[in-house]
Design a protein around this ligand. Structure first.
Ligand SMILES: O=C(O)CCC(=O)C(=O)O
Ligand SMILES: [Fe+2]
Length: 358
């Protein structure tokens, strides 16, 4: 069932990069994808900081005995990096393998099949792109598929019902497992930040979760393009699976791009802008991007978790009172927040700056 009267965001419809790569034997990339010199990624492999990206063990986080040290690690990861890799999260490895294969198969459906699931004019979900707001904007070297998965009442039935049945079932199972992980992480964060448990629960009680599958085809000139423009996620918390062990995700740390090495069956978790707002800037939503390569396609599956669309977001009251710190952000509903996000092109963290009170 779709919610009635729900406002839609939309993006300009753009060509499928995967189809372009399949149909044409490209040796150079079309100009709409060629970045300016300042934007071109340097594909040097300076991964010295990569090994420092925090690793959080969910089992330890949830066990009483070792909880404190893991909780402190979680806190530091969210403050210093805005990113961590989550292991021992409880999702079965063979299930993740199945999800990965099915996601790959899904993008390799014929164009005729995929057209049935393409964004329609003025719509946001389905195959396509987001944040494309003008015809002369440079495009990312990738295709994506977006779908609201929770709450169930917000699912677009015209898309959900057309997913290949086995994939639909897999997405449903994954959606509820990842939602549970997100809930636990929100609770642990509230605990360590001394935000009242009920306040955090109220914010994410009616959690709005969407899935975004990114597919980056190989590119004849990977140093001229970007797979996904630098941005920070608007959501509360993103939980991402790097599907086929191909490097591409990079995060900005102290002005440098750092590779997040794929770790088999680990989940990459990152703080989004809404969590930065709720924690009044204590946790940071960090800029990241995806780069591509000339040999192998790359896939990732992001699950975004945000408060329900009518929920008012702002710095948590219990946190702000305790620290008596100035509130850095204005209050607004999730819907208003995303209205502002999706009417702009991606541009690092500039979006959040507009919402600061000072
Ligand atoms: O492909 C990736 O690893 C990054 C995806 C991402 O940042 C996003 O979908 O927001
Ligand atoms: Fe992202």
């Amino acid at each position: 069932m779709e919610e009635e009267g729900e406002r839609q965001w939309s993006s300009l419809i753009v060509p499928s990069v995967l189809e372009m790569v399949k149909e044409k034997n490209l040796t150079t990339v079309p100009s709409r994808y060629v970045r300016s010199d300042q934007e071109k990624p340097e594909l040097l492999d300076d991964s010295s900081l990569s090994s420092e990206i925090p690793l959080i063990d969910m089992k330890r986080l949830c066990s009483v005995s070792a909880m404190d040290s893991e909780l402190q690690k979680l806190d530091l990861a969210c403050k210093d990096w805005g990113f961590f890799q989550l292991i021992n999260h409880g999702i079965d490895s063979s299930f993740l393998d199945k999800l990965e294969t099915e996601a790959q198969d899904f993008f390799n459906l014929s164009m005729e099949e995929k057209k049935k699931l393409w964004q329609r004019n003025g719509e946001f979900e389905g195959f396509g792109q987001v944040n494309v707001v003008s015809e002369d904007q440079k495009l990312d070297w990738g295709d994506m598929f977006i779908l609201t998965t929770q709450p169930i009442r917000s699912r677009k039935s015209h898309l959900f019902s057309k997913l290949p049945p086995s994939f639909r079932e897999t997405v449903e199972t994954y959606s509820s497992e990842v939602k549970n992980i997100a809930k636990i992480l929100f609770a642990k964060m509230a605990n360590v930040l001394e935000i009242k448990r009920e306040e955090m629960e109220d914010l994410f009680d009616d959690v709005w979760q969407s899935i975004k599958i990114n597919y980056y085809p190989p590119c004849p000139q990977p140093d001229q393009v970007i797979g996904l423009t630098p941005h920070s996620d608007a959501a509360g918390l993103t939980i991402l699976l790097q599907v086929n062990q191909v490097e591409g995700l990079q995060i900005k740390k102290d002005g440098k791009w750092v590779v997040v090495k794929p770790l088999l069956h680990a989940l990459v978790v990152n703080v989004g802008e809404i969590l930065e707002i709720i924690t009044n800037g204590r946790y940071r939503s960090v800029e990241h991007r995806a780069v591509v390569n000339s040999e192998k396609e790359r896939l990732s599956i992001a699950m975004f978790h945000s408060p329900g669309k009518e929920t008012v977001i702002g710095p948590a009251k219990s946190l702000a009172e305790k620290h008596q710190k100035q509130r850095l952000f204005k209050n607004m509903t999730t819907q208003e927040f995303f209205d502002a996000f999706f009417t702009q092109k991606l541009n690092g963290k500039s979006h959040l700056d507009d919402l600061m009170t000072i």
